[in-house]
Design a protein. Structure first.
Length: 560
């Protein structure tokens, strides 16, 4: 009976891992489990793609959009010289386009590129290989949009001793309405304060609406692993529907379901480790939207009314733009729910306290690698009695294993009597064949949650541990950690009681080998966590076996 149960448990465990893996890939927008085919890159040139990005071709007649819609054509504008304004702070290098005063490039000086570690990480970009921009403008009439020429004034670099940098973009009047955008950059911050001042210099009242949008192509980030996938795409948060990720494919098929109107929340564009988001103050009404704007180009944004402006009146709408790493504490402080762009999946209620504990350990140890080791050690201490119960059950099973093997050989031609004798032995020895499984299964959600923490935390990027490990978010360049992990997994398997059935014995050895292959391509931090867990489990199992008078022995596989 125990053989059948053990087989069932192994099959369920293995099948669950496969299903979890497959659903994880699908959940994050991957079409294939391994080596997904990349989407076709946007073929339009960057300026052309930018021009059509949920806004407007470069030349067109007057706007005919109704309120609540981002325009699909632009007002005619006077010709003006177009330039890129390069701005730099202590953590950011930014590029603004004088056409619309749009933010078209963000480079992070404290984070390295996924593919080339000698380069800085670039998130927003306007190039032949990537289109990803933050745009704003006015609708509801012949008003300045993100295609309107604007004049720039302000300093272009943050000086020593200076804490703020103000950038001003001012449009010409259109239908008597002028739009002035003021970006405020702060030292050490990825948050950009944005003020939109709308001035009515015309002869009649106007009721413009302000739109803020993030426009991005549908390609996965360069350098993302084919062996694990994370979500890339738009996200909208409101108090009513909470955090809602939207697949590019759902936008393509008009199947996206979002909270279209709200007075709170944010819109964001998310990818592994980094995010961009437009934030409005709570209580300000807004209309949320996602849409396809061109071939392989998508937008997420919000529209908010400015005010009814009589001639000579003006109104300022203040909001924020975040474009940076998914640092949980920073995101939590900005606005409710923004920390959810750091996606822990369905185990967030376990992952968040684990991240908090990991962060506390790092504040003491000052090394993320050793913090991972310390966290796993604390978890093993917390689960000590559960593990002790499981390993005690395994030790009892190992002690009676010779008796079971003899009985199986003696009754191999009488399966029914074999099962009866086996259950009799279990009763006599007071052994529960399932006793070693349930205590371990209870812990599985916690260690899966920790897996998500290590996979999602941007702090692991470029974080060294020891020696050859210079980046805990990247695979071990020499495959030393995966080899150690495989060895410890096999050692742990060897210490477990050998199943009497040869097929089960083979399965017990093949499954760890099969799943170990994936760890050769996993981030070093994840492999380190698994190695630590294995070593501590082996030590505890060895200690309990010795204490119970069952000398540890290695049950090597027999594949003949």
């Amino acid at each position: 009976m125990t053989d059948i149960r053990r087989t069932i448990l192994w099959v369920i465990f293995g099948f669950s891992l496969v299903l979890l893996w497959d659903q994880w890939q699908l959940y994050n927008g991957n079409k294939a489990t391994f080596f997904p085919k990349p989407e076709v890159a946007a073929t339009a040139s960057a300026p052309a793609a930018a021009a059509s990005a949920n806004g407007v071709p470069a030349t067109s007649a007057a706007v005919t959009a109704t309120p609540g819609q981002v325009p699909t054509s632009a007002p005619a504008a006077l010709a003006a010289p177009r330039e890129k304004i390069e701005v730099e702070t202590d953590v950011l290098k930014l590029s603004f386009d004088s056409e619309g005063g749009s933010l078209v490039r963000t480079e992070f000086t404290r984070h390295r590129d996924f593919v080339d570690s000698n380069k800085n990480m670039v998130l927003l970009d306007q190039s032949s290989s990537r289109v990803y921009m933050a745009q704003t403008g006015l609708i509801g009439g012949d008003f300045p949009t993100h295609k309107a020429p604007m004049s720039f004034s302000g300093e272009r670099s943050l000086k020593d001793g200076q804490n703020e940098l103000n950038l001003r973009f001012e449009s010409a009047e259109m239908n008597g309405v002028k739009l002035v955008k003021t970006y405020t950059l702060k030292r050490g911050s990825y948050v950009i304060d944005v003020k939109h001042e709308v001035v009515n210099n015309g002869q009649s009242s106007v009721s413009p609406q302000l739109y803020m949008q993030l426009v991005r192509d549908g390609n996965k980030p360069e350098g993302e692993s084919s062996f694990y996938s994370t979500f890339t795409g738009p996200a909208i948060y409101t108090d009513a529907k909470k955090y809602n990720k939207v697949d590019f494919e759902d936008i393509e098929k008009n199947k996206a379901e979002i909270d279209k109107t709200s007075t709170n929340g944010y819109v964001a564009m998310v990818q592994h480790y980094f995010a961009s988001a437009w934030l409005l103050a709570d209580g300000v009404p807004r209309e949320n939207f996602v849409r396809k704007v061109d071939t392989n180009l998508y937008a997420v944004g919000m529209i908010t009314p400015v005010a009814d402006l009589a001639p000579g009146q003006s109104k300022t709408v203040s909001n924020q733009l975040y474009s940076g790493p998914q640092e949980e504490k920073v995101l939590e402080a900005l606005t409710p729910g923004l920390d959810l762009v750091k996606d822990y999946g369905w185990l967030a209620m376990l992952s968040k306290p684990l991240y908090w504990l990991l962060d506390q350990l790092h504040s003491v140890l000052q090394n993320w690698g050793w913090s991972i080791v310390a966290l796993v050690l604390l978890l093993k201490i917390g689960f000590y009695w559960l593990n002790a119960k499981a390993y005690s059950s395994m030790a009892k099973m190992k002690a009676i294993n010779p008796r079971i093997m003899e009985m199986r050989e003696r009754l191999k031609n009488n399966p029914q009597q074999m099962q009866q004798e086996m259950m009799k032995i279990y009763r006599e020895e007071k052994v529960n064949p399932m006793g070693g499984c349930f205590p371990i299964m209870i812990q599985i959600p916690v260690f899966i949650a920790l897996y998500w923490v290590l996979l999602s935390s941007v702090e692991m990027r470029n974080a060294p541990w020891i020696g050859w490990i210079h980046d805990l978010s990247a695979p071990d360049p020499f495959f030393i950690l995966p080899l150690v992990m495989t060895s410890t997994t096999l050692l742990q398997t060897a210490l477990n009681p050998a199943p009497p059935d040869p097929m089960q014995a083979k399965l017990m050895w093949l499954m760890p080998l099969i799943f170990s292959v994936m760890f050769f391509f996993f981030p070093a931090g994840l492999v380190l966590y698994w190695i630590t867990n294995n070593i501590l489990s082996i030590a505890q199992q060895w200690m309990i076996n010795t204490r119970m008078g069952v000398p540890p022995q290695f049950n090597l596989p027999k594949f003949k």
